[in-house]
Design a protein around this ligand. Structure first.
Ligand SMILES: Nc1nc2c(c(=O)[nH]1)N[C@H]1C(S)=C(S)[C@@H](COP(=O)(O)O)O[C@H]1N2
Ligand SMILES: [Mo]
Length: 393
């Protein structure tokens, strides 16, 4: 372990400033431009590569988009009583929901919030957006009284090929009820103030605020209410926990492999506030020889504060008061970071003696659990500790 004097959280302290302090990493923009999200899309061809008539046939243009909502009536040993709904919305009967009708519903029931998109299986977040849409429960209400529904199944366009189906599900209660301060499951049609691009799953995609990306089905076209109590998620077939909520996790940016002696090391990354919230981010700097099992001295890093003026961050014309998770009076975020969103963190160390080092970072949640606790099973959401090795020469 290193001498305490070699370490400082935040900026190097004045008396021990490094001779050549490198600039602190600039915080990442809070909103990722739609085109800069990392893409996770199945399909051959991937739906967002379709063009012209193929796109129209796929009903993936704003004019042709339709959503069907039906009940699951196929014989099923898991049924106690088959589910039914009073008013199915179908293409055959010309009752399927179109985009103008969904947007109209949004004028009355629309929701907006910031959410990080994060894959259960990829170690870095895919992007963060301001998503807008209509709670799933309001869309289900269009179908009149539902009976014997225990789960909601949904999927998107998949080239009319059952083998390409990528589906997901929620319990009926998850769709209909929202605890205070929580965010509802919803059908999104805007991202960062713009219509959702085809690449991001538009015209309409499901967004499940508390979940990993696999619940947020893109190119949404079908909802089925069922009496089956089981999750049908395609992701469960690959040993993933289909009910896993977003994990609180810190991510460490790449570092230069070599650092001249006497220069301060500035570092940082992103931290995602998941299901269990975020208390702080910590880092530990050790001699590389010490190995991962050596006792580590964890020091607190600096978290990016909320912006002074949200109007410089949000799409034009949007007030923070309108966004879920913000205090409707003050326009300030009710928690920081906002639930299911990510911010930047940073720290610096000065005066490192020459040698090889290993830098680790972790998040500590609101229950006091340090990443990757309390659950070590990574197939319920990757949150293993990031390590970066470098040498001071
Ligand atoms: N229709 C459809 N929706 C999908 C997927 C898919 O392959 N097809 N991938 C899911 C997974 S696993 C993730 S992590 C997110 C990624 O969202 P993004 O591509 O907008 O970053 O989309 C989800 N929605
Ligand atoms: Mo994913």
């Amino acid at each position: 372990m290193l001498a305490a004097t070699a370490l400082s959280s935040a900026a190097p302290s004045p008396g021990r400033a490094a001779t050549a302090p490198a600039a602190a990493p600039a915080p990442r923009p809070l909103l990722t431009p739609a085109s800069k999200f990392r893409d996770v899309s199945r399909g051959k061809p991937v739906p967002h590569s379709l063009k012209g008539d193929a796109l129209i046939q796929a009903r993936l243009t704003p004019e042709t988009w339709r959503l069907e909502i039906t009940a699951d009536t196929a014989a099923n040993p898991a049924f106690k009583e088959p589910a039914s709904l009073s008013q199915p919305l179908t293409l055959a009967e010309g009752t399927a929901l179109d985009l103008p009708a969904l947007l109209k519903l949004g004028q009355q029931h629309g929701v907006k919030f910031l959410k990080a998109m994060q894959c259960l299986n990829i170690p870095t977040p895919l992007g963060q957006g301001l998503w807008e849409g209509v709670p799933l429960r309001e869309v289900l209400r269009l179908c009149g009284p539902l009976r014997n529904v225990r789960r909601i199944y949904y999927w998107g366009f998949h080239n009319h090929d059952p083998k390409q189906l990528f589906q997901s599900s929620l319990s009926y209660s998850q769709a209909m009820e929202t605890p205070p301060g929580e965010l509802p499951a919803f059908l999104a049609y805007r991202l960062n103030g713009e219509p959702i691009s085809l690449a991001r799953g538009g015209p309409v995609r499901m967004i499940i605020p508390w979940a990993h990306g696999f619940k947020s089905i893109k190119w949404l076209q079908r909802i089925v209410v069922t009496n089956d109590f089981r999750a049908n998620d395609t992701y469960a077939e690959q040993n993933n926990d289909p009910e896993a909520p977003l994990k609180t996790a810190a991510y460490l940016d790449e570092l230069p492999a070599k650092l001249p002696a006497g220069q301060a090391l500035q570092f940082g990354g992103l931290v995602l506030s998941g299901w269990s919230g975020l208390r702080r981010v910590e880092y530990a700097l050790d001699r590389a020889e010490a190995g991962p099992d050596a006792p580590q001295r964890w020091l607190e890093a600096r978290l990016e504060p909320p912006p002074d003026d949200w109007r410089t961050v949000l799409p034009a014309g949007l007030a923070p008061q309108e966004i879920l998770g913000f205090d409707p009076k003050s326009g300030q975020p009710a928690t920081w970071p906002l639930r299911y969103s990510m911010i930047s963190w940073s720290a610096a160390v000065a005066n490192l003696p020459p040698g090889k080092y290993a830098l680790r970072a972790r998040a500590v949640d609101l229950n006091g659990f340090a990443q990757p606790e309390p659950r070590p099973i990574q197939k319920s959401g990757r949150n293993s500790l990031d390590v970066r090795e470098f040498e001071v020469a």
